[in-house]
Design a protein around this ligand. Sequence first.
Ligand code: SPD
Length: 357
Amino acid sequence: MNKLFRFFLIIALASAVLLYAISSLNTSQGYSGGNTLTIYNWGDYIDEDLIKQFEKATGIKVIYETFDSNEAMLTKIEQGGTTYDIAVPSEYMIDKMRHEDLLIPLDHSKLPNLKNIDKRFMDLPFDPGNKYSVPYFWGTVGIVYNPKMLNGKKITSWNDLWAPSLRNKILLIDGAREVMGMGLNSLGYSLNDTKKAHLIKAKEKLDTLTPNVKAIVGDEIKMLLANEEASVGLVWSGDASEIMSENEDLDYVVPKEGSNLWFDNMVIPKTAKNIEAAHKFINFMLDPKVAAQNTEYVGYSTPNKQALKHMPKEVVKDERFYPSPELTEKLEVYENLGKRNLAYYNELFLQFKMHRK
Ligand code: SPD
């Protein structure tokens, strides 16, 4: 072998080794594809033991990231820096994403466990025929409160929160639609109202709640309420159920003026690199025993009818967290209000937050 040939052979081998090293580095740093699956979910929204079970059963490596609002999730997906294989948006965001061509149609033949979902949660207006999304959890928005800390006082209405006795006692989840929704509902307006005058009135009413608001927080709301750092919280029902399992003095109510009924579903974003593995994971999460384990861990309400059979009766029969269809019919599901209106909700919510400072 002449010297020149040996030199080129060494260069070629070195480049091959370098390329291999770079590609495995990419995989471990969160690039989807190959044998990895990148999942983007709400914080505190899965039993991570199930991820390990899935990895063990399939040999697929899961990269798991979290978000704290639909809006933050959308921005990250639109930026495209990380290519998520699965995301878990709520209904109005799914409607927005499918209209903006950000989702991949699901292959139902790869999701045999879809049959376990209660028909009540299938084929909803935000995704006819479940072309793009599969139910994950559902629930309501309401008020969790501690009667012991309120001298036995009961809360039944949004307007109760404006009582001067609640000064500095209320925590709010950091959600634009939830907080604006509370303002709208307290005035008798719809959660999907787009009249500028009504939205401004709702924001002005929220401003008058400021003295009672101790903080606007993320998932730590559960710990703060369970530890009695505040006596009232605007929360999602699943968080209330988790808080109440930590502190039995608390109660949860869906206010009498009305509230939100929501659905979080699994989707495959357009940028996905491992569509095959995404279907495998979605189908895995739809298994009745897996869904029951996840539900017991997370505390939210499962749409999986077969999973309910594996769960404690007192949980499934608790109408606060599994409200009947008659009750849910009276609640409103958020609609996709369009770019301009959604941006206006966010802007007013931001102004409300600034008003507190
Ligand atoms: N910590 C998990 C929070 C999940 C809340 N999803 C509810 C969204 C309602 N729009």
